[in-house]
Design a protein around this ligand. Structure first.
Ligand code: B12
Length: 355
């Protein structure tokens, strides 16, 4: 039987709207060594902050020296349809309001309540980019099981839930949730489906090959060999989640994050040509701001090279001639060559920039 204070902490977490909450003693993450191997192999690509966080990830007491326990939290975001912009697909987690803001506000309020009720005195909340191995701690706390796609899976939400944590100085006995005693078994659907082979072994992902990394985090050019395999993904990629049998029968939580209006109206040609000001306005409050105007324009340009649609080469020609970013100009040149290389106007423009 959990102590009254443990029960109260979990009650407050659920009252704040988290679907999943579990308390566990704060230890090093069970997958800390794998994190080190991942970095040593360069699988984090140019996400240098992951290297900078190495020591704090492997020892969370460096983040909160007084930390004794971790409150592991989960919030579902399952929705039935992959949201489309005209011409490109957006990862489901990013279809509506930015979860970093929404979950961050919940964590802030919850931490304040824990302090007010004197359940904790020192606490530090974290979501996503903080120095912690979220899936490993959450698995240990009983929020789900680690899959071959590296995602944490839950019997109800499949891979479609966010993670967050609060490190606290209160001692608890735990984990308060039993381990989720399920494995992927013999299923290899995610490994088989990934078009770029980013899942290099069960439970191991190489971000350099991952469409999600390339379309969200990479600020430079996307390697040429990966471009034809983007499979229409404008921002992020859900292929390993979509094929996962655990993700198929999940609740429809579309209303939680909604659908950002930009996704309904902004086609690829428009995205290639947006100015910085227009981009900031159109994508206000959306996770699609993450790669920046140039990153999203680059992605849209490459998708047009794979599937040009019926609007012709004008948007790409304009980007080639006038985009301030060399990354976007290079993507436009690649796509013009690939999709419209026979067109005399396009040939002339490409010859001009080659000179
Ligand atoms: C960097 C990062 C990325 C990078 C690299 C991802 C990666 N797999 O390494 C990129 C940009 C590619 C990315 C993509 C995505 N991400 Co991300 N990402 C992170 C971040 C910030 C750090 C991840 C990390 O440390 N990776 C290093 C590796 C070593 O750790 P890991 O990814 O946790 O992998 C686990 C497995 O490798 C497992 N493992 C190791 N060996 C073995 C062996 C076997 C047999 C098995 C089964 C497992 C296993 O141990 C690790 C820990 O549990 C976390 C937030 C956080 N602070 O943890 C979010 C996070 C993991 N991402 C998240 C999401 C939603 C995504 C995307 C689905 C987004 C999208 N649709 O485009 C994709 C999914 C791609 C994928 N299959 O991972 C969620 C995942 C939620 C969940 N239920 O799992 C997190 C937790 C963010 C959040 N707060 O909710 N992400």
């Amino acid at each position: 039987m959990a102590s009254p204070s443990t029960q109260r902490i979990l009650e407050l977490a659920h009252a704040e709207g988290f679907d999943l909450a579990s308390l566990a003693p704060l230890t090093a993450p069970p997958r800390g060594e794998e994190y080190g191997r991942y970095l040593d192999a360069g699988r984090h690509a140019d996400m240098d902050w992951m290297e900078r966080s190495r020591e704090r990830v492997q020892d969370p007491h460096k983040t909160l020296p007084a930390g004794r326990s971790i409150l592991a939290l989960g919030l579902g975001f399952s929705r039935p349809e992959a949201p489309q912009t005209p011409g490109g697909t957006v990862a489901r987690y990013a279809a509506g309001r930015d979860y970093h803001n929404l979950v961050g506000k919940k964590l802030k309020r919850l931490t304040r309540k824990l302090r007010e009720e004197e359940l904790v005195s020192e606490a530090r909340w974290i979501v996503d980019a903080g120095p912690i191995l979220e899936r490993s701690h959450a698995a240990q706390a009983g929020l789900g099981f680690e899959s071959k796609a590296t995602n944490l899976l839950h019997p109800l939400f499949g891979p479609w839930f966010f993670l967050a944590e609060i490190l606290i100085d209160a001692e608890v006995e735990g984990p308060t949730s039993p381990p989720v005693d399920i494995t992927c078994g013999t299923c290899t659907a995610c490994l088989d489906a990934c078009p770029t082979g980013a899942l290099v072994a069960p439970g191991e992902l190489d971000a350099r090959l991952c469409i999600s990394y390339q379309t969200i985090e990479n600020r430079g050019t996307i390697p040429e060999e990966l471009r034809p395999q983007l499979e229409g993904w404008l921002f992020g990629c859900d292929i390993c989640s979509e094929v996962c049998p655990f993700g198929h029968d999940t609740p429809n939580l579309t209303e939680r994050f909604g659908l950002h209006p930009a996704l309904e109206h902004t086609g690829l040609e428009t995205l290639v040509d947006l100015s910085e000001e227009e981009f900031a306005k159109v994508f206000e409050g959306s996770p699609l701001r993450r790669p920046g105007r140039a990153g999203l324009a680059r992605n849209a340009a490459l998708l047009l090279g794979n599937e040009p649609g019926d609007k012709g080469p004008d948007a790409l020609l304009h980007a080639l001639a006038a985009d301030p970013s060399p990354v976007v100009r290079e993507a436009a040149a690649w796509s013009l060559e690939r999709a419209f290389g026979e067109d005399a106007r396009v040939r002339a423009a490409l010859d001009q920039v080659a000179r």
